[in-house]
Design a protein. Sequence first.
Length: 135
Amino acid sequence: MPLLLGLFGAQPGAVGQSVTRLIIQDEVILRIPVQPRPLLPDLQWLEKKGPKCIPTAAVQRALLNGSAQVDFVMVDHARIRAQFDEDCPALDFYGGFYLQVEDDRLCARRDAIHSRIGSSCRIERFKQLVPKFRR
């Protein structure tokens, strides 16, 4: 597996990249590009109850939001925040990360996010993000 994950190591930064799907012997591995979180001082994201699972085909990219959560940007421009277990170590997601899913869904309390350095964190829950403009 480390050799497989190293295949993507030579790719340049995440800007302009898309989700890469690799299937090896019925095992699906998705590489998710990460881009820096844009500074939008007039925009605030409110958390609402999120889904239990999200379709992997709908994930377009991810934005970092601290070491305990990652925001997924979906193809319909919706945002879903993945929150990790409290005992999850701070992971280095800046080089991108991988999802290894059983089916075509990414589910809370079942699936994990794997960093390129080999660590992983289980997704505890998803939150739907709703934009709110500050005054």
